[in-house]
Structure formats: C-alpha cells, structure tokens
Ligand binder design. Structure first.
Ligand code: ZN
Length: 489
C-alpha cells in the first residue's frame, strides 16, 4: 500500500470516529435522559482521547513525508491533513488537557454568573481561560500574531488586519442605516397564538422546500438550535415559541443552510478531510443566505404569508407587504443571537475588537465590562441594562472560542457576494421564490459552493463561485436597498 493510501485509510477511520463523537453531542442536546449526563461526560472524554491520540499519531508525519498525491484532489487532502496534524502537534498535550478542563468548568461558572447577573463571579475564570488561550496561541503562532493563530482554527487564511479593515469600513454605513430605519415607522407587533404542532409541521415543510433531505437528516427540538453531522447524516434542531413563530421558522431555515452544505458535498469526499465544510465563515454564508437573502426576501415572505393564513387562520396581518416588514423587523436590542440583519454585524464587530484586545494583552478582564458598555452605547445608542444583556450573554469566551466571532460577519459578507452573483445568474429568482420554490437558488449554491467541501481555501471557493474577490460592498448595498424599500427611506 502506498503511503498516501495508508494515510487516507487511517484518516478515514479518524473521520468516522469524529462523526461518532459529534453524534454523541447531538444526542446529549436532544434526547439523552437527564440521569445519563455524568456517564456521557466520561464517554465523550474517552472518545476525545482516542481522537487526540490519532490526530497526533507519529505515523502521520512519516506518511506525510513520503506520500505523493496522485491528483489535485489528493493534494488538497494532504494539505488539510498536514494543517491539522501541525496544529495538533504544536500544542503541548498538557496544555490541551488544561484548556479542556478549565473551559468545561468555565462554561458552568459562566452559566451561573449569567443567571445571577454577576460579572465578578465570572471574571477570575475568564482571566484563566484567556491566559491559557494566549499560551496556546503562542504555541501555534510561533512568533506570528496570536489572534490570527486562534482565528485560523475557524477561518483558515484569515487575518485580523484584513478583517479589522473591512469591519471599520462597514461600521459607519451600518450605523447610518440603523439610525434611518429606527427613525421610520416600526411594523406592528404580532398578537396571536401559534400552536407548536402546526409550527413544527410548517418548519418541516420549509426545510424540504429549501432542499433538506429528510432521508439523510432529521429535525428535533433543542434549547438552542444547531446542526450536527456530515456526509449522509446531517441533523438539525429548532425551538418553538408559541407567540413568535418566526423564531422556529427562521432558525430552521438557518440550520437547513448549514446541513445542506454538509449533505451537498461531493460523495467522493465522504469521510475524508475534504468531506466537511471548509470554514465557519463559508458555513455561515450558507445558513445566512438561506435564512435572510432567500427566506426573508419580500418575494418568499409573500408565499409564506399565504401559507400561514392557511395554516394558522387570520393572525392579524393585513397584507404580504406588512408581513415582509414584520419578518424584517429592525429593533434595538442587547442580544446578538436575536439581532436583525441591520444590527447583527455591529454586535460581531464589537466582540471582535474586544477579544482581539484581550488576546493581545491590550485589555485586562477587570476593564472588560466598562469597555463593553462604552462601546455598546456608542454603536447601538442605548446603555446596557444588566450584565446578562452585556458581556455575560455569549457562551464563546467561557468555552475558549476566541477568534470565532468574526466568522459570523464574514459569513454575512460572503452571503452578500453569493447573493449578488446568484441574482446575476438567475434574473427571475423572485418569481421562483414567490411560488415558494427555492430550488434554483439552492441548486446554484450546491453546484457553486457546497459540493466542493474542503477542496478550495475559504476565500477561493467564494471567489470562484462569484467571479470576483469577496468584499463587503454587495452585503452593504443589499441591506441599504432592502431596508430602504421596506421602511420607505
Ligand atoms: Zn449558523
């Protein structure tokens, strides 16, 4: 057997074990009995241990040294294996274990601190997490930028300098749009009860309409919606709020975007490094374009409006135009995950600047709350009323996920680019969407982006799909045009 074949056989088993670990996580968030929590912790730790030793297996270095790629795809496989092996071996095992232990405790301390609204309860643990992440970043960066080294886990090739420059160009236009929209008349609130069974039936129909294959996936309930799995098993979850059906419908469509990316990858890449979405930013571009540019388009909203009248009866909204404004409601709020398209990126940019300063050592955790609150007031025009609505709102920092936040906005920027190219290729897209038919759009995304999996670098797959280098202008133009029309600006 050639070194390449031996390496790929070994890798395939590692990928399969990784899928099993992911399925344990899915089970934990959906159907696991409460009493199994402690045992599950041990099960997860055991499989993570197996995965870690496989990722650092010394034979990988030997195989990589002699492996010859028979073609371009094989070269791409080797590139990804080389990167993941280098990452796994640069961080000392003792540090990786300490990080796993500290972040697992930190997440519990963070949840308690958030429930009690006490920043002081969380800060000492956060300081510990940051110190360990800085150590990890130094091991990975080997003299380079610490934050870039952490971001590389989520968005290979991205640098804070490039992203920071882009965010600085975006912020003034977003703040201007926010002010103009908030000065215009707000859409009315919904006062109606939308039963759970009917919501879930419609959510399943929406998932199918966006191309989700229920023979290779399933929809369950979870506290926080997520998607999980790859290859021929990509599952999604949603949640139901009976006074706010859009919570369920749009989080379903969002997760369908993530799952369709995984399900849409070329079957030849199954259980190989190329058989996964290439980055968090590209992943988020799929979920966001499904959710926003397609699902919240006035054309698709018109179809949804008539469906909802059939399914829920008169729910107090007079016209498809009023309905489109309601699903695109812009309102000030503290919480990133609940933010509309206009506010969302402002939240992300703020996290990015603060966490970069923390990792670089320019900001100490003792000054973090003041820095957060000052920045929030400046960007959002309102003061944070309590820590649970401020720096305690997101799980990421307690989990050690530094460098993750910018991928959310990068995903929106990519979605903006893809949307512009998609509209160019399918000029009558709105006619399709108005019939509730997304197949032209989702087929285009599968062909241009999803099937490639990890084959090309993140920016390259977007550039190849769009025919231009990804940049922020299409997203900003789309937001100005859409909200300008909806709010009569
Ligand atoms: Zn997402």
């Amino acid at each position: 057997m050639s070194a390449y074949d031996a390496l790929m056989a070994f890798q395939r088993e590692t990928e399969a074990l990784g899928q099993i670990a992911g399925r344990l996580g899915w089970d934990q968030e959906t159907v696991m009995p409460r009493g199994a929590a402690e045992q599950r912790g041990e099960e997860m730790a055991a499989i993570e241990g197996v995965l870690h030793s496989r990722r650092t297996d010394p034979r990988i270095a030997d195989w990589l040294e002699t492996a010859e790629a028979p073609d371009d795809e094989a070269a791409a496989q080797l590139r990804l294996i080389r990167r993941s092996h280098a990452r796994a071996t640069k961080v000392p095992a003792a540090l990786a274990q300490r990080l796993a232990r500290v972040t697992s405790t930190a997440q519990m301390i963070w949840a308690d601190a958030r429930a009690a609204d006490k920043v002081a309860d969380f800060l000492p643990t956060l300081a510990e997490v940051i110190a360990l992440k800085r150590e990890e970043a130094a091991a990975l960066a080997q003299g380079g930028d610490l934050y870039d080294a952490l971001m590389d886990d989520y968005e290979p090739g991205a640098t804070a300098a490039v992203i920071g420059g882009m965010f600085d160009r975006m912020r003034p236009r977003l703040v201007r749009l926010r002010e103009a929209v908030l000065a215009a008349a707000a859409p009315p609130a919904l006062h109606h009860h939308f039963g759970e069974p009917a919501q879930l039936r419609f959510a399943r129909d929406l998932a199918s309409r966006f191309g989700y294959d229920f023979t290779r996936g399933r929809l369950d309930l979870a506290v926080h919606p997520f998607s999980s799995g790859s290859g021929n098993d990509a599952r999604i979850t949603t949640r139901v709020v009976e006074t706010d059906p859009f919570n369920c419908f749009y989080s379903t469509i969002h997760e369908v975007g993530h799952a369709c990316y995984e399900l849409g990858i070329d079957q030849d890449y199954l259980l190989t490094p190329l058989g996964n979405g290439v980055s968090m930013g590209v992943h988020e571009s799929q979920s966001r374009i499904y959710e926003n540019q397609l699902g919240r388009s006035p054309a698709f909203a018109g179809w949804m409006y008539r469906q909802m009248l059939d399914r829920f009866g008169d729910f107090g909204v007079a016209s498809p135009e009023a309905f489109a404004r309601i699903v695109n409601r812009v309102q000030p709020g503290y919480i990133r995950t609940e933010a509309d398209e206009v506010h969302y990126n402002l939240h992300v940019m703020m996290r990015f600047d603060l966490e970069r300063a923390l990792i670089r050592g320019d900001l100490q955790v003792t000054d973090l709350e003041a820095a957060w609150n000052d920045r929030f007031a400046a960007d959002f025009g309102v003061a944070v009323d309590r820590p649970a609505h401020g720096l305690l709102q997101d799980v990421h920092w307690s989990a050690g996920l530094f460098g993750y936040f910018p991928t959310y906005t990068l995903g929106n920027v990519y979605a903006g680019c893809l949307h512009q190219a998609l509209r160019g290729d399918i000029p009558d897209l709105d006619d399709h969407l108005a019939r509730g038919d997304t197949s032209a759009a989702t087929g285009w995304l599968r062909e241009k982006v999803q099937r490639h999996g990890g084959r090309y670098e993140p920016r390259d797959v977007i550039a190849r799909a769009c025919g231009f280098e990804p940049n922020e202008a299409p997203l900003l133009d789309y937001l100005d045009a859409k909200f300008g029309a909806l709010y009569g600006l």
